[in-house]
Every structure is written in C-alpha cells, then in structure tokens.
Write a protein that binds this ligand. Structure first.
Ligand SMILES: *[C@@H]1O[C@H](CO)[C@@H](O)[C@H](O)[C@H]1NC(C)=O
Ligand SMILES: *[C@@H]1O[C@H](CO)[C@@H](O)[C@H](O)[C@H]1NC(C)=O
Ligand SMILES: *[C@@H]1O[C@H](CO)[C@@H](O)[C@H](O)[C@H]1NC(C)=O
Ligand SMILES: *[C@@H]1O[C@H](CO)[C@@H](O)[C@H](O)[C@H]1NC(C)=O
Ligand SMILES: *[C@@H]1O[C@H](CO)[C@@H](O)[C@H](O)[C@H]1NC(C)=O
Ligand SMILES: *[C@@H]1O[C@H](CO)[C@@H](O)[C@H](O)[C@H]1NC(C)=O
Ligand SMILES: *[C@@H]1O[C@H](CO)[C@@H](O)[C@H](O)[C@H]1NC(C)=O
Ligand SMILES: *[C@@H]1O[C@H](CO)[C@@H](O)[C@H](O)[C@H]1NC(C)=O
Ligand SMILES: *[C@@H]1O[C@H](CO)[C@@H](O)[C@H](O)[C@H]1NC(C)=O
Ligand SMILES: *[C@@H]1O[C@H](CO)[C@@H](O)[C@H](O)[C@H]1NC(C)=O
Ligand SMILES: *[C@@H]1O[C@H](CO)[C@@H](O)[C@H](O)[C@H]1NC(C)=O
Ligand SMILES: *[C@@H]1O[C@H](CO)[C@@H](O)[C@H](O)[C@H]1NC(C)=O
Length: 807
C-alpha cells in the first residue's frame, strides 16, 4: 500500500534489459516424487519478513482471525520481522503485508523471570522488557511459529480460528539457590500503542485474565473494541496482580486505564507467576473476540479444550487446513529451481492469510451473511489478489463479496479499505466495483447481483458527505465535466482533494465495471456508465512532454491535471515516481496517488486500443513501455505497476510481456527474507508472483487472462467447485528461460492463436499447450489484430465480438 520505510530505489537508467539466466535447479527430491510431494515443505512464511514486505510470518489458519507471532520493536507492521530488532511480546491478532502504521497486535503476553523473584525486578514497560532472539531458533511454518528469546525462554505457538495456544518453555534458573517463579505478563496495548481506555481483571485462584480495550485502526477512522481471555495450564498459580509503568503488585485484581491529560499513555497490565512447571513447560491459551470477553473465553474453551495436550493436534489441524488450500494446484517444475518453487508455494500461502474471516465476531450489525475484515486495501487487492482467490478458492471469494455487500447494506457504502471493524481511507476510486465486476464476469455463485448493482450505482451516483473513506468525491464535476478537476469546487462532500488524475482514470474504470454488471443484468441505463468510462481520455494532453534532469525522454502525450475552467494545470510526469519521491494521502499529496503520471498513463484497462492509438500506435507504445520499465520510472514495489508488465499484449507483442516479467522475477521477487519489493498488501505481491509464474495474468474486472510462458514446465489447477483440471503446459520447456517465446499454441488440442483466454479455461478445465522458441521477433503467435485481448473501442467498432459479457 504505502510503504513508509522505503529503501532508495536505484534507477536502471540506460541498462539494457535482458533475460536473467537462472541457475538450473535440481529436480531431485520432493519436487519430482509426486506421491510424497508436500507443498507445505515449500512454504516459507519468512519470505517478505524484511525490507518492508511486512508479511505476517506467524501461525494462522487460512483467513484465520487468530494470528499468533512474536512482535518486535523494529519493522513490526505485521508483528514480526527479521530485521535484527527485539521481541516485545507475543500477540494474537495481526494483518499481513500492510503499509504504514502497524496493525492490531492487541494484548501481547511476555514471559520472563523476575531477578531474585522480586516483582519489581521484572521488566514491564515495552522499552525495558524487549529482548533479542536467537536467529537460528526461528521456525515459521504454516500453522506454527517458534523462537528462543535470549533470556533462554523458548516460545512456540499455533492457532485455531479464534484462539492461540502458546507453549513457553522456561529454563531452570535459580537465584541464591532457590528456584524462580516463571512470570507471564499481559500488556494493555497494541503494536501502535493506540489504546484509548482499557480494563483488565484477574481471577486470583485460576490466573485467568480477561481484558478489553478500545484501539484505533491502522489506516482508518474511528476506533474498535477488542477482547481477550487468557488461561494458563501446566503449572500452579503462585501469585498474580497488576503492573503500572515499571512497578507491580499483587493488588488490585482489576484495573481500568484511560488516556488523560495530553493523551498521556500509561503502560499497564496484569501478570501471573507460577510454580515450577513440569519440564518447564507452561501453556497460555488466548481466546480473542470483538464481541465480549465472555465470547473470547468461549472461543478458547471450544477450540482448545485441553491446553496441555492440544498443541500437536491443533498444529496438525492447521497444517491439514493449509494443505487443503494448496491442493488445487500442482506443478511439474521441469528443472525450475527450488527457490522458484519456494516462492511460488509461499506466495499461494500468503494470499490466504487475509482478509480475515470474522463471521460471528461482528459487533456492528446482526446478519446471517459472512463478515470478513481487513480488506486492506481494495486499491491493492482488486488487481490480482481477489482474482487469484476466484480461481483457487471461489467459495471464500464469494463469501468475501457477500461480506462487502452486507457492509454496503448496513453501512450504506461498499468499503474501499476496511480494517478492525472500521472504515479505511480510500486511495483512489471505488474499487470494490472492480471486485464485483470481476466476480460477475467469472460467474461466482451465491451473490445477490441486484444488490451488487445497487451498491455499484450508489458509488457512481451519490457523493457521500465524507468521501475519504467511502464512495467517490467530485461527482458533480464527474457528471458535468467528465473529469475530476484539479482543485475542484465540491461542496457536496469532503475528502482529500488531491489525486485528480489517478481518481479520474480509476473512476472511469469503475464506471466500466458498473456498466459490465448493468449490461449483464439487463439494465438499460448501463450505457451511461459505459460512456463515462471514456472519461480518462479527457485528461490526456497530447503535446505534453517529459524530461528527466533536463533530458527529453522523447515521449509526447501524457495525462495532466485540468482545472474546472478547462485550462491545463501541470504535474511533472515523473513526479511521484521512484526517481522523484513518494506521494501518498499525507506525504506530498499530488494529482497522482503513490505513483507517477508515467505509470498511470497506462491505466485504461478496458480500452487499451484507444490508449495505444493516443500514444502513437503499437511501436511507439512498446517503446514507451520499455522506457518506463528500464528508466527507473516503474515502481515494481507497488500495485499500479502490475498490469504494465503485461500490456505489450495489447500492442501485439505478447512475447515482450514474457520477457519483461523475467526482468522482475527473481531480481525483485525471490525466496529470500527481503524478497518482496514492497508491502505484500494482503497477498497482492504474492498474487502477482503466482499469476506471473503460471503464465496467465488477469485484467481484473474483465474475463481476460493474458497468456505468457509459465516458469514451470506445467501447472495444473483443479477448480474446487467444478472439479475440472486446467493445465498450462510448455512444450520444449527451457528452465534457463532462453527459449521462452511462444511459437504456437493449442487449446484442448486445437490451434489457439489468441494471446488471451477467459475464465472458462479454469471452470471447464481446459489444456493449453504452448510451444516455445528462442526469438520473440520471429514468432508470429498472438500478434495478429484479431488475436489481441478485447478493448472497448475495438469491440464496439467490430461486429464480431468474442468478448463474452463485455461489449
Ligand atoms: C541476527 O539477524 C539479524 C538480521 O538479519 C542480524 O542483524 C544480526 O546480526 C543477527 N545476529 C547474529 C548474532 O547473527
Ligand atoms: C540474593 O538475594 C538477596 C535478597 O533477595 C539479594 O539482595 C541479593 O542481591 C541476592 N544475591 C545474588 C547473588 O543474586
Ligand atoms: C472508552 O473509550 C471509548 C472510545 O473513546 C468510549 O466510547 C468509551 O465511553 C470509553 N469508556 C469508558 C468506560 O471510559
Ligand atoms: C471490560 O473489562 C472489565 C474488567 O473485567 C469489565 O468490568 C468491563 O465490564 C468490561 N467492559 C466491556 C465493555 O466488556
Ligand atoms: C458464465 O455462465 C454463462 C452462462 O452459463 C456461460 O455462458 C459462460 O461461459 C460462463 N463464464 C465463465 C467464465 O465460466
Ligand atoms: C440506473 O438505474 C439505477 C436503478 O437501477 C438508478 O439508481 C441509477 O440512478 C440509474 N443511473 C442513471 C445514470 O440513470
Ligand atoms: C517541453 O514542453 C515545454 C512546455 O510546453 C516546452 O517549454 C519545452 O520546450 C518542451 N521541450 C521539448 C524538448 O519539446
Ligand atoms: C538528476 O541529477 C541529479 C544531480 O546530478 C542526480 O542526483 C539524480 O540522480 C538525477 N536524476 C535522474 C532521474 O537521473
Ligand atoms: C482557469 O483557472 C486557473 C486556476 O484558477 C487559472 O490559473 C487560469 O487562468 C484559468 N483560465 C482561464 C482561461 O480563465
Ligand atoms: C530479491 O528481491 C529483493 C526485493 O525486490 C531485492 O532487493 C533483492 O536484490 C533480490 N535478490 C536477488 C538475489 O535478486
Ligand atoms: C473430483 O475428482 C476426483 C478425481 O476424479 C474425485 O475423486 C472426487 O470425488 C471429485 N470431487 C467432486 C466434488 O466431484
Ligand atoms: C508448433 O511449432 C513447432 C515448432 O515450430 C512445430 O514443430 C509444431 O508442429 C507446431 N505446432 C502447431 C500446432 O502448429
């Protein structure tokens, strides 16, 4: 989303882009032994745990609400990071891959010994208690996380849907010859220290801790209340009490804290000490809830009834759940490296951590519909993350769409970003519209499409008073002038009045999505939205040039801001690119969001034919794309770049998309801990990796996948509902990726010349065979005008439309 800590991106100016030659990996071992192949052995949750990937590296079920991990005091947006920082606690709710402020991390536990067994010798405040961990002790696998603190205490954790089981092993320690009592404290805080007021109570005989508190969402408005219930097992309770700042005592047993003068932040919480546990093993069972502490206790009791004996069972259940999620996919690597396989399976895993399934835990309204949270943010996830779930887990994707619609029903608006029960800040358009259109053209089942159209029309027609977190701003101008003006005069609603260019191009695509669903449902007014979907053209300034340090790039024609009176404003086309500094809602707000005019210039996903014409035709377009990707202007670490990697397809050069993707994988996406170029954003970077590697890249909102050469000899995906298996196979597969250009193709044995394919490929289980050779220029496959993906203008001007449910 919006990386706060960005490493300087070195320009690749002038560097000739060539295919990276990968080392040929070994085919021995698990990869070829299909019978014993366990995809979990290829999942490394620590990929992206450094360098701003911000992935959640801990234990979770697929879409699980409980997410347990060690929290650190470094790059802790997802809780844990391998950036050399120290552990401050172990908490049970997290998000994955988000940018900006750390998310959740409510009510961390922290185990320690108090020197000389004196309570005040224990370290309570977060800055005092932070402790390093042994690098080599970190174990992260699906459903399990463990590390050893430098204090000698070993911590392991696994999770169910709404509860975590922590297993702390305390080393034998004595002071002055007498054994110390292990202590576990709970801090009434979260990762961002956003706590407002909070309460905690301890049952003195059992040591059960119940707590609740009000916290702030990490990228949204309002606040949310979180509840926890902690039980201990494996040792006798010795004593317990509360702590405030760096002092503790056995009284009181209940405490309320609030924020006083100047929002003063008091550090406080509770603690329990124990007799020596057998083998030093103490269990902490943590139930979480957004409804009540009672519910948190019930969740824990139901899901983890026997804390002292459940650990292995729960871990195995989590592993089985993950194996099932990965089971639709199978790969024949054909000599592709172990690292590429690791990246691939780990990426699939990461796409199913978030959004979280909070069904039954939504205190905001009563409903029998599913409730998912942490759509964080749809600006990031509409492009590839949701389309990936539509293929691999359509029933969960359908439930997510239903949750979006239920949110519309009860809060009046589709979310654009949502986390921790709160409305999140909108980054561009009303991009839930794209998620809905994508689900519609791919025949996702179980969705009330009349309600969906109503919600989309609401985005397109009605301006909310507060459009920072829902709907769209500037709708008066949108309807009257057909663009979002620079410095708009808008008294209907209020929002961050920037981003006029990026909002214009996104609103235009959103309207195309409204039209898509409207037409499919037989609504006669869809044509209004279809014509508004051309609005992006109104910010195109044909004579605008672009210079970098005084040198003309040679490209003419760019989007520019336009005032209400029709006069052009100016934004340097390279502004907000990696060459020129970052622009977000608050940092350097500009007419483009988190990306440059250069990058947004390619955003007309529904009408690339017109865009290519505007930019001087296919050759000039290809030259511009090449320059963009090699000059340092492209920001591969943020989502708007994704489609540009594949847009050569629309200019009749599909082989160049294949070549381009190899310039980014594995140099920018790889299997190392710093192997993500930006925030994973709830699996958006992961989904980009997967689609790139299977050779079918979605143009979200349309029934279109752009065909490139897979990184593996073959990939098969069994549709979980139709049970049909779709296979992409490369004939003459070359694991050194020199012979990588498609020479010809067959679909179910018949010659296939289109450079794209629809979702029927997956639902009907087709077989696509791609024969590859060494030369892009000599290949004619997928280059003819009739073989290009559909574009609004070309389809409208052609009587023969193969564009199902399109126009
Ligand atoms: C542990 O890993 C971190 C991050 O990679 C590194 O900074 C630190 O030096 C390592 N510590 C040791 C003892 O190797
Ligand atoms: C032994 O215990 C006493 C009383 O708690 C303390 O003052 C003293 O520092 C301890 N000695 C050592 C070596 O830890
Ligand atoms: C706690 O804070 C929330 C949010 O500021 C507020 O609504 C609530 O009334 C407070 N509760 C108490 C007991 O002060
Ligand atoms: C929060 O916890 C305190 C202490 O257990 C309890 O008295 C209070 O009722 C709880 N508040 C809510 C809203 O559950
Ligand atoms: C969606 O359903 C329609 C009607 O059954 C069918 O014609 C179309 O091929 C389906 N599309 C996909 C992507 O499966
Ligand atoms: C299209 O129809 C919907 C009702 O289905 C209505 O709410 C909306 O305002 C109409 N849009 C236009 C542009 O007429
Ligand atoms: C680029 O455009 C600016 C402003 O229109 C103009 O001053 C400049 O001469 C142009 N540069 C080139 C190389 O065309
Ligand atoms: C522009 O020139 C400055 C100063 O020479 C240099 O630091 C910067 O990297 C250059 N920028 C680009 C995009 O080449
Ligand atoms: C249009 O408005 C802009 C911004 O207020 C102003 O700079 C410009 O001169 C105006 N153009 C005309 C033709 O009035
Ligand atoms: C792996 O990806 C990261 C993030 O993009 C990059 O910084 C690093 O150089 C890559 N490593 C290799 C070996 O290509
Ligand atoms: C899917 O196909 C497999 C293999 O043919 C079969 O064992 C399984 O029962 C099928 N499942 C469904 C839901 O049709
Ligand atoms: C595809 O191309 C290869 C290599 O030129 C050739 O051997 C094969 O017959 C072709 N297949 C089809 C279906 O055209």
């Amino acid at each position: 989303m919006f990386p706060l800590r960005r490493r300087p991106v070195s320009g690749r100016s002038g560097v000739e882009w060539t295919l990276l030659i990968l080392a040929v990996g070994t085919t021995a071992g698990l990869a070829t032994a299909a019978a014993s192949f366990d995809p979990l052995s290829y999942v490394d949750p620590l990929i992206g745990s450094d360098n701003g990937g911000n992935v959640f590296a801990g234990a979770s079920l697929p879409y699980g609400m409980a997410k347990a991990v060690a929290d650190v005091n470094g790059q802790n947006t997802g809780g844990f990071a391998t950036d050399g920082s120290q552990v401050t606690g172990f908490s049970t709710m997290h998000d994955s891959g988000t940018g900006g402020n750390p998310s959740l991390g409510t009510f961390p536990l922290f185990p320690q010994y108090c020197p000389n067994d004196v309570i005040d010798n224990c370290k309570f405040p977060i800055g005092d208690r932070a402790v390093g961990y042994v690098n080599s002790s970190v174990v992260a696998t699906p459903g399990y996380f463990a590390l050893s603190l430098e204090s000698g205490i070993h911590a392991e954790m696994t999770t169910t849907e709404h509860a975590a089981l922590y297993r702390f092993t305390f080393p034998e320690t004595t002071n002055n010859g007498s054994a110390l009592h292990p202590l576990v404290m709970l801090d009434l805080t979260d990762l961002a220290q956003s706590r407002q007021n909070a309460s905690i109570g301890i049952d003195p005989s059992t040591g059960r801790i119940r707590a609740n508190g009000t916290f702030l969402p990490s990228f949204g408005a309002g606040s949310y209340r979180s509840y926890v219930c902690v039980d201990f097992a494996g040792a006798d309770v010795y004593d317990n009490g509360m702590w405030v700042n760096n002092r503790g005592g056995t009284e009181p047993k209940e405490l309320f804290v609030t924020r006083g003068f100047n929002n003063f932040y008091l550090q406080a919480g509770g603690w329990v000490r124990f007799g020596r546990p057998s083998n030093g093993v103490l269990y902490a069972r943590v139930g979480v809830s957004l409804i009540s502490s009672d519910k948190a206790c019930q969740n824990a009791e139901k899901e983890i009834p026997q804390p002292t004996s459940d650990f292995d069972r729960i871990r195995q259940a989590a592993e089985s759940a993950w194996r099932k999620q990965l089971s639709p996919v199978s790969v024949q690597p054909g000599g592709a490296s172990e690292d590429l396989q690791k990246m691939f399976w780990s990426a699939i895993y990461r796409t199913m951590l978030s959004p979280q399934d909070y069904t039954g835990e939504n205190p905001l309204w009563e409903s029998s519909e599913p409730y998912y949270d942490s759509f964080y943010c749809i600006w990031d996830s509409f492009r590839v993350a949701h389309p990936l779930l539509t293929i691999l887990d359509p029933s969960s994707q359908s439930r997510m769409v239903r949750s979006l619609l239920d949110t519309y029903k009860h809060e009046g608006w589709l979310p654009d970003c949502r986390m921790s029960l709160c409305k999140g800040w909108t980054q561009g358009g009303s991009n839930a519209d794209v998620v809905l259109a994508d689900a519609f053209v791919k025949n996702l089942t179980g969705i009330d499409w009349e309600l969906a159209y109503e919600a989309m029309v609401n985005d397109a027609e009605n301006e909310p008073l507060e459009w920072s977190y829902q709907g769209r701003g500037g709708l008066m101008s949108w309807k009257r002038l057909n663009y979002i003006p620079y410095l708009d005069y808008d008294y209907l609603g209020f929002g961050t009045n920037s981003r006029s260019i990026s909002r214009t191009v996104e609103y235009a695509y959103n309207d195309f999505c409204v039209a898509t669903v409207g037409k499919g449902l037989g609504k006669d007014n869809y044509t209004t939205y279809l014509s508004r979907s051309n609005n992006w053209q109104n910010l195109f300034k044909p004579d605008q040039n672009s210079t970098i340090n005084g040198t003309d790039t040679g490209f003419k024609g760019f989007f520019q801001p336009k005032y209400l009176n029709g006069t052009w404003g100016f934004q340097d086309p390279i502004a907000c690119s990696p060459l020129a500094g970052f622009c977000s809602l608050t940092t350097n707000p500009s007419e483009t969001f988190e990306s440059s005019v250069w990058e947004y210039q390619f955003f007309a996903p529904h009408d690339m034919a017109t865009l290519i014409k505007m930019l001087g035709g296919p050759d000039s377009f290809v030259a511009r794309l090449n320059f963009f990707h090699t000059s340092g202007l492209a920001d591969i670490g943020n989502e708007p770049v994704f489609l540009t990697v594949f847009q050569y397809h629309y200019a009749g050069r599909p082989g160049l998309s294949t070549a381009r993707v190899h310039s980014y994988i594995p140099s920018s996406f790889n299997a190392s801990r710093d192997g993500l170029p930006g925030n994973d954003d709830s699996g958006a970077m992961a989904s980009f990796t997967i689609f790139s590697m299977i050779g079918l890249f979605p143009n979200a909102g349309q029934n279109v996948y752009l065909i490139t050469t897979p990184f593996f000899e073959s990939v098969s995906i069994t549709h979980p509902e139709t049970n049909r298996t779709a296979t992409v196979r490369v004939v003459n597969f070359d694991p050194t990726y020199k012979n990588v250009y498609i020479v010809n193709a067959t679909l179910n044995g018949q010659p296939y010349t289109k450079n794209w394919i629809g979702h029927e490929f997956f639902t009907q289980g087709m077989t696509l065979e791609l024969t590859v050779g060494p030369s892009e220029e000599e290949s004619t496959w997928g280059k003819a005008p009739e073989d290009l993906p559909p574009s609004l203008s070309s389809v409208l001007s052609s009587s023969v439309s193969t564009y199902e449910q399109g126009f």
